[in-house]
Design a protein around this ligand. Structure first.
Ligand SMILES: C[S@@+](CC[C@H](N)C(=O)[O-])C[C@H]1O[C@@H](n2cnc3c(N)ncnc32)[C@H](O)[C@@H]1O
Length: 263
C-alpha cells in the first residue's frame, strides 16, 4: 500500500513534468515561429520606401544641423576613431576616387581626407568651423596637406569643371535642398568626372532591419531622398551598391556626362 501510493505519486510528478515540458516546448516553438525571428521576415519586400520632403525653411534646418555639429565636433571625431563600422563604410569609397583634383564636400572630421590626401590634390569644404579645425588637426597629425575651407555646398567657392571627383559621405541627407546641392556639385565636376557618394537609402530588397534603420535616420531629422532618381534626372550614369547597415548604406558612383544635365 505504502509502495503503491509512492509509486502513484511518482507517476503524477512525471505526468505533470511532461505537461510542463510540453507546454514550454510549444511556447519556445511558437516563439521560434514568430515572423520577426525568421530570415524571410527581414528579406521579404514588404515595407514601403517613404522618402522625406525637403524642409520648408532650409536656412533654419541648416542652422539646427550646424549647431549640433558645432557642439559635438570632438565627440564625433572620437566616435569615428573608436568605432570601425563608420570608417569601414567610408573606406568603400577609396577605390573609386579618380584624380588628380579631388574635392570632398562636407569632410566632417577629415577621416577620409587622411586616407587619400597623399595620392591626390585634395580639396575640401565643410560648413562647420569646429569640424574644419578637427580635420586640420587630423591632417597635421598624419603629416598630410589638403586645401580645406569652411563653405556651403550650395555655393562652392570653385570654378566650373575644376575637379575629377567630388566625394560626399553621409552628408547629402544633411543638405536642405538636394537639387541645388547636386547642381552645385555637378557644376564643379569635369565632364567625365565622378561623384563618389556614400549615403543612406532604403535597401533594394525592402528587408525590415535595413528599412527600419533608414526610417530611424529619417526620424532623427536626416532627409532621405530617392538618390537614383536624382542622378537619373541630371542625366548621370551611376551604380548603386549596398555596402552596409542591412542595405541601408549605399555607395553611388555617378559619372558626369559630356553634355549638360537638366539642372
Ligand atoms: C554626418 S556628417 C558627415 C561627415 C563626414 N563626411 C563623414 O562621413 O564622417 C555631415 C557633415 O555635413 C556637413 N554639412 C551639413 N550641411 C552642409 C552644407 N550645407 N554645406 C557643407 N557641409 C555641410 C556637416 O558640417 C557635417 O560635417
Amino acid at each position: 500500500m505504502c509502495i503503491g501510493l509512492e509509486f502513484s505519486g511518482w507517476w503524477l510528478i512525471l505526468v505533470i513534468g511532461c505537461l510542463v515540458v510540453k507546454s514550454a516546448y510549444w511556447r519556445i516553438w511558437r516563439l521560434a515561429q514568430a515572423p520577426y525571428l525568421s530570415f524571410t521576415y527581414y528579406s521579404s519586400p514588404k515595407m514601403p520606401k517613404i522618402y522625406s520632403t525637403e524642409p520648408e525653411d532650409g536656412e533654419q534646418f541648416t542652422e539646427q544641423y550646424d549647431a549640433f555639429y558645432a557642439r559635438f565636433a570632438s565627440a564625433y571625431d572620437w566616435l569615428v576613431k573608436v568605432f570601425p563600422v563608420w570608417r569601414n563604410w567610408l573606406d568603400t569609397t577609396l577605390p573609386w576616387i579618380q584624380g588628380p583634383r579631388v574635392l570632398e564636400a562636407s569632410f566632417g572630421t577629415g577621416y577620409l581626407l587622411t586616407q587619400y590626401a597623399d595620392q591626390f590634390e585634395a580639396h575640401g569644404i565643410d560648413l562647420n568651423p569646429n569640424l574644419a579645425r578637427v580635420a586640420r588637426d587630423n591632417l597635421q597629425h598624419c603629416s598630410l596637406t589638403a586645401h580645406i575651407q569652411v563653405a556651403n555646398v550650395e555655393s562652392l567657392p570653385y570654378a566650373a569643371a575644376a575637379f575629377d571627383s567630388v566625394i560626399s559621405t553621409m552628408a547629402f541627407t544633411a543638405y536642405p535642398d538636394g537639387k541645388r546641392a547636386l547642381a552645385e556639385i555637378s557644376r564643379v565636376l569635369k565632364p567625365g568626372g565622378r561623384i563618389v557618394m556614400l549615403d543612406i537609402n532604403y535597401p533594394h530588397n525592402g528587408n525590415k532591419i535595413g528599412t527600419l534603420l533608414t526610417r530611424g535616420w529619417k526620424a532623427g531629422g536626416d532627409i532621405i531622398r530617392d538618390l537614383p532618381d536624382l542622378f537619373e534626372r541630371i542625366g548621370y550614369e551611376f551604380t548603386d551598391r549596398e555596402v552596409g547597415g542591412f542595405g541601408s548604406v549605399h555607395l553611388y558612383i555617378a559619372t558626369k556626362p559630356e553634355q549638360k544635365g537638366i539642372f
